[in-house]
Design a protein around this ligand. Structure first.
Ligand code: COA
Length: 183
């Protein structure tokens, strides 16, 4: 199991390019966009997360620490091919023994919804995770009423494999197996 390679990629990777997006490590200049997304009520609702309540300067402090010490959740910025930062995707909860990992995705710039950017980002991320590791299963969860997200994930080859409830939110759990690489 090439665990160190996985973490090295996620911490220091060169940009990974799909058909419509490029995934790259986050940088300080991304903080303002992320703050905007994480305080947007609609986005937070779709993401089952409460909007941030602290100021941008407090956010920036935490953000800079997170960039320096990424921990076990690895977040990559999603750029369009012409360089607009439109969202983020994350890889977390690696379970190397069981061979699975979770991913999350957000296109924060709403004018890019429904135009194929999310599915390209997820396919690109999933291909890369399978390429650099021997993870055999990628999992994600989405709110049961988030039909756009589900359509996006199904397009990428994910299938529903369960459900769960947390903090009164009801989620569908979806999986992509290694032998069914992203569509
Ligand atoms: C969910 C998200 C990542 C999907 O990315 P995206 O770029 O919008 O998705 P895509 O365009 O690749 O695919 C979406 C599909 O859903 C369809 N769709 C759009 N709106 C829809 C809706 N309200 N209900 C059902 N399907 C819908 C689109 O037509 C498209 O399918 P098609 O290509 O076959 O026509 C993005 O919309 C997003 O980040 N939204 C806000 C936050 C969020 O929902 N996060 C998900 C947390 S799990």
């Amino acid at each position: 199991m090439r665990r160190s390679t996985v973490f090295e990629f996620l911490n220091n990777c060169s940009p990974v390019t799909g058909e419509k997006v490029r995934l790259r490590p986050r940088k300080t200049g991304d903080a303002a966009a992320e703050y905007k997304w994480r305080t947007d009520e609609e986005l937070c609702l779709l993401d089952a997360a409460p909007p941030l309540e602290f100021t941008y300067f407090d956010f920036l402090d935490r953000y800079l620490v997170e960039l320096e010490y990424p921990g076990l959740t690895h977040t990559l910025a999603i750029d369009t091919l012409d360089g607009r930062h439109i969202g983020n995707c994350s890889v977390f909860n690696f379970d190397f023994l069981a061979g699975h990992v979770e991913v999350g995705l957000m296109i924060g710039e709403k004018e890019y919804w429904g135009r194929g950017y999310g599915s390209d980002a997820l396919k690109t991320l999933a291909r890369y995770v399978f390429e650099i590791s021997d993870i055999r299963l990628i999992l994600l969860r989405t709110l049961d009423w988030n039909t756009r997200a589900q359509a996006c994930f199904i397009k990428c080859g994910f299938t529903a494999c369960g459900s769960m409830t947390k903090d009164n939110y009801h989620f569908i759990v979806m999986e992509l197996k290694r032998n069914l690489k992203p569509a």
